[in-house]
Design a protein around this ligand. Structure first.
Ligand SMILES: [Zn+2]
Length: 135
């Protein structure tokens, strides 16, 4: 599946750099000890910006639910339609969610509630993205 290359910005640079090293990180506020995803310039809970850090997580999660996409405006994904878009809850904090195409799982055959683990896929030379597979 040809996936879009991330447009790296200041707020998420640490996330993508970690992915390139095979690590999954989530932004964490050390002032209120809360994780947030996607990364932002300030903590969405306490508003502080000087306490945000990158926290390594285990890369384990659970499938919360999914949909099957039959159309998309992302040109690189069109040849693989229809495809799954699953919501993954991070094991450390189920409020932290990721999206996944669940490589290897046929469209519409997603086992909701199943455990998953992170993998990394190269979308262009030197740029990895996290994906999820059944554990
Ligand atoms: Zn905070």
């Amino acid at each position: 599946m040809a996936k879009p290359v991330p447009a790296v910005e200041d707020n998420d640079r640490g996330f993508w750099e970690a992915a390139n090293q095979g690590r999954l990180v989530v932004q964490n506020c050390s002032a209120c000890n809360r994780m947030q995803m996607p990364p932002m310039a300030t903590c969405s809970s306490c508003g502080k910006k000087d306490h945000l850090e990158w926290k390594d997580v285990r890369g384990r999660g659970r499938i919360n639910g999914y949909c099957v996409q039959h159309d998309t405006r992302v040109a690189s994904l069109r040849e693989d339609m229809p495809f799954n878009t699953a919501v993954i809850e991070l094991s450390e904090d189920p409020d932290i969610k990721f999206f996944s195409h669940l490589p290897g799982v046929p469209a519409g055959k997603v086992p909701v509630g199943a455990d998953v683990e992170v993998i990394f896929q190269e979308v262009e030379p030197g740029q990895m993205i996290p994906e999820w597979k059944l554990a």
